[in-house]
Every structure is written in structure tokens, then in C-alpha cells.
Design a protein around this ligand. Sequence first.
Ligand SMILES: C[S@@+](CC[C@H](N)C(=O)[O-])C[C@H]1O[C@@H](n2cnc3c(N)ncnc32)[C@H](O)[C@@H]1O
Length: 350
Amino acid sequence: MEEAPFVAFRVLDVGPVAHTGLNPEAGGSLKDTRVNSCAPVLTTLGPGRILLLMMIINIVSELGHGHRRFTMQALENDSVLPGSKLDAAKMPGHWLLARMGKKVLRPGGLTLTRRMLDGLAIGPRDRLVELAPGLGATARLALARRPASYVGVDRDGDAVALVRRLAAETATVVEGKKGDAANTGLADGHASVVYGEAMLTMQPANAKRRIVQEAFRVLAPGGRYGIHEMGLRPDDMPEGTKDTIMKDLSEAIRVGARPLTISEWRAVLEAEGFEVVTQEVSPMHLLEPRQMVRDEGVGGTLRILLNIARNPIARRRILGMRRVFQRYESALCGVMLVARKPMIPATLAE
Ligand SMILES: C[S@@+](CC[C@H](N)C(=O)[O-])C[C@H]1O[C@@H](n2cnc3c(N)ncnc32)[C@H](O)[C@@H]1O
């Protein structure tokens, strides 16, 4: 039997972002400015109306684009997307979602990203380093805060090219570097702010450690480090359950996924000398309609759904990913931590 279409919208409760931060910067309103006024209408329309709406958009787009397929390539002005040459059946889930038009690829969505940027308190004197900027969605938000400089380090050359393009949109000095987040080549103390999202989760334990060490090295004393990753809850989850979730997730997204419990994430940062000052958790609803509308807007969500509806391989894979996210809904979450590098090295402070 055919799988239930992904376009069948349900009204889902995204739930609150839990905030236990110590940083007053991060205690602001949860209002997401991208939730535009059409969102409630979209989420309350029945599946029949949504399909009708999609068909109309489809016809208009076909007319407007001379039967050109409504792909991300078209949306991005024919730019090269990371992973664009890979086979849809095997490519990493994040690049498959990007091919369908999805721009926000981190577990807590834009809401948790904005909370991280608030917690990092980016100002005009800050020198930013982003580890694994991907499509550059957070880079744009960070650059809107007008830092002094920005370096994005990604191992994917196409992602680096997307970052370099941002230089034309801002007065900030922007650099894109192709490389490993564990070995950025940047000088000691280069940055006042380092952050990365949805990247450490994909690394084995020793690579997680090396990347956090690199963030510590690159930061000046007093600098801030933000992460936004996939979390497991509760903290005392049995090891066997963790193994099952990691296996199912990795199979679905075709990337080794190793999320940690919230206290394990804190411990990874603290082991390298960071002091965690802010912690926030949100539901893992990356592929749920309400969060998609928040992250991508109404038009963006409809384009993504159209692309998915037209691509049977992508549809099967994305429905599979969504099924795994739903199966472990209560065990998975987005977690955001902001930490500080102490002014005085721990060895001198003792
Ligand atoms: C899931 S995407 C997330 C992209 C972006 N941070 C976001 O949240 O939308 C993962 C990104 O991590 C990059 N990446 C993975 N491992 C890396 C490493 N060791 N060093 C640098 N970049 C890495 C990938 O190329 C990709 O851009």
C-alpha cells in the first residue's frame, strides 16, 4: 500500500522551549518573527485544501518556469547545492532535505538557533567563527547582528562557496574556509564567538572531543561557544536504548548519528574547560508541519512539499526519516548550550 502522503498536515503541538539558562540575554520572548500570519491558516486547512492549493501553485510554477522542474537549484538561482551530485537514495539526509528546498537543517529549528544567537550576545566588536555553516542560514542571522568579522569552516566545498557569497550582502568581513572543524587553521584566540549546529551529533566521541578542543583553542579568554545539537532524554536513558536509537537514526539519515543526553553534552564541553552558562531544550520536530512553517515560511514549506511529492525516492526516504523521528519523539530533542571560556586558565586558577 502507498504510504500516507507527507502533505497531510496535522495540527501539532510544538511545545514550549524549556529554558534553564543562567544568561539573562537568553530569557527573552519565544516569539519567532518568521511565523507569518498565514501559518495558522495553513496548519488548520484540511489535507484536501492543502492539496488543491499545492496543485494551483504547481500549475502557476509550471507556467512561470516553462516546465522547469521546481527544484532547489531553480530556487537558489542555479547555485550548486552541497551534495547535489550524490545519489538521492544514499545521500546524507540533510543534503537530501536541502535538495528538496529545506534550508534549516538543525534539530531545534530556527527558534533554538535564535535563542543560541541571543545567548551568544553577538555585537559589533565580535569576531565570529561558525563551524559547519552548511547552507548559511545561521550565518545570515549572525551577520544581521553586524559582527566585526565572520569565518565559516565547512568540509564541503559547495557549503564554503555559499558562505563566500554572503560577503556581497554585508559590510562584515566574511571568509569561507574549506576544512575540518577539528583543525581550522585559525590562530589561537582568533575569535570572540564560536558556534556550530547539527554537526557534532554526526561525529564519533573522539572527533566531538577534538572539535570542542579546537573551539576552545580558537577562542580568546572570555569568549563564548554555542552548540545546537540533537539530544537524548532522559539523562538516565539505558545504554541499550541509546544504541537502538542511534542505529535507527543512522540508517534513516544515512549518516552516523550519535546524539548525547543533555548532561553528556554539558560534560563534553566542561571536559575541555568551558563553563556552560545557558541550556535550552526543544522538541525534535524538524519534519513536522508546524515547525517547517516556522523555519521555512508558508511558501517555502509548500515548495518543499511539492518537491517531495514529485520525487518518489526522496519521498520514501524523507517519510522514513520522519517515521524514526516520530517513533522516538519523546526520547529525541534539540539541545542548545552556550558556554564561556574562562578568563583565567583553570591550571592558574587552582
Ligand atoms: C546537518 S548539516 C548542518 C548545517 C548547518 N550547521 C545547519 O544547521 O543548517 C552538517 C554540516 O556539517 C558539515 N560537517 C560535518 N562534519 C564536519 C567536519 N568535521 N568539519 C567541518 N564541517 C563538517 C557538513 O559539511 C554540513 O555542512
